[in-house]
Design a protein around this ligand. Structure first.
Ligand code: F6P
Length: 368
């Protein structure tokens, strides 16, 4: 019987659901009934700190092996699906960074560690590395994760639902103080260049105004919408803004211009700008709140636990079927797979014509 060693890693920003996916990959790979049905058995090795682990590990050094390679079995991962974050750790290391290309080291380490296949749990950057390795002959399978939900080829990525729930819960909390003081609150969400998080978070929270990067806003229109409402319905308003939302003719607010290994700046600051403009232009008292990493914290929602389970099981099926160079995905409610080629180098952004009301600056769902 053939034995395969699967390496599994999590890369990019952490989020709830990662541990569940690791658990279900491990559990389904090691399930005892499989050897009877399959002509192969598995061993699972967790790789610590994402691609950094495969760059830095020294397979000849037991100390380094202990630090970066974690043997996983059903007992080790039994309770993992309940917990947020990633027990394997993560990093934003890019082995193919043109300024510091360490891809040869990764290829060499994969060989020395005798990894026959890699399960890569990540967003566009991490899966982009998986795709490049696949093209170099490594057997890779991807699992989509990102609270931004901006991956092509899947209707869902791990972490999104928990993050939307955090936004909703924090806004529920905010309403009592906003109402007591009759203030406007501008709440900034993550989401990088995509507005999904702000849109869904804002819609389920009943935000009065939602600002997304896909539709630059007009400050005068925001003030007008607030004036129209003021004193009529309630004495306060909640505005949700995506971190990359921008005024017409303006650009994204950048918190830190240093680029990460994949060339991304750190976004932020738009909520403070919008709140201060509102106060200046309307005289209404306005405050802002940046939800930041709270959106990636806590334990996974029911949906994230379920999706982590389904994606994890499907990833092992793909390995068994030798369906490499692909990512498991959710498409119209079904678990399926898509070529990594169709996932990388592009983002799934909000279709404004379909999902956004450009008059009211809010979500729109109508049967067209
Ligand atoms: O891609 C996930 C994400 O949370 C983005 O929404 C956000 O812009 C970024 O990561 C923040 O990254 P970091 O954790 O490195 O600050």
């Amino acid at each position: 019987m053939m034995k395969m060693k699967i390496g599994i890693l999590t890369g990019g920003g952490d989020c709830p659901g990662l541990n569940g996916a690791i658990k279900w990959v491990t559990k389904s790979a090691l399930e005892s009934r499989h050897p009877e049905n399959r002509s192969l058995t598995f061993e699972v090795a967790g790789i610590a700190e994402g691609w950094k682990g495969l760059v830095e590990v020294d397979p000849a050094d037991p100390k380094s092996l202990k630090k970066y390679i974690k043997p996983l079995d059903e007992e080790a991962v039994r309770t993992w699906d309940r917990y947020g974050g990633t027990n394997l750790g993560t990093s934003r290391t890019n082995p193919f960074n043109p300024q510091n290309d360490r891809s040869a080291k990764v290829l060499d380490n994969i060989k020395k560690l005798k990894l026959d296949a890699l399960v890569v749990i990540g967003g566009e950057d991490t899966l982009g590395v998986a795709y490049k390795l696949h093209r170099l002959g490594i057997k890779t399978v991807g699992i989509p994760k990102t609270i931004d939900n901006d991956l092509m080829g899947t209707d869902y990525s791990l972490g999104f639902d928990t993050a939307v729930n955090v936004i909703m819960e924090e806004i529920d909390r905010l309403r009592t103080t906003a109402g007591s003081h009759g203030r406007i609150f501008v709440v900034e969400t993550m989401g990088r260049h995509a507005g999904w998080l702000a849109l869904s978070g804002g819609e389920c929270s009943g935000a009065y105004i939602i600002l997304i990067p896909e539709h630059p806003f007009n400050m005068e229109r925001i003030c007008d919408l607030l004036r129209r409402r003021h004193g009529r319905e309630v004495n306060y308003s909640i505005i949700v803004t995506a971190e990359a939302a921008k005024p017409e003719g303006g650009s994204e607010f950048v918190k830190d211009q240093r680029l990460d290994d994949f060339g991304h700046e750190s976004l932020g600051g738009i909520a403070a700008f919008v709140a201060s403009e509102i106060q200046k232009k309307t005289g209404f008292e306005a405050r802002h709140l940046i939800l930041s990493h709270l959106q990636r914290g806590g334990s996974p929602s029911a949906r994230d636990r379920l999706m982590a389970r389904w994606f994890g099981i499907a990833a092992v099926d793909m390995i068994v079927n030798e369906d490499f160079g692909r990512m498991v995905s959710l498409s119209r409610g079904e678990i399926t797979g898509v070529p990594l080629k169709e996932v990388v180098n592009k983002l799934n952004l909000v279709d404004v014509a379909k999902y956004y009301d450009t008059e009211k600056y809010n979500g729109r769902r109508t049967i067209l």
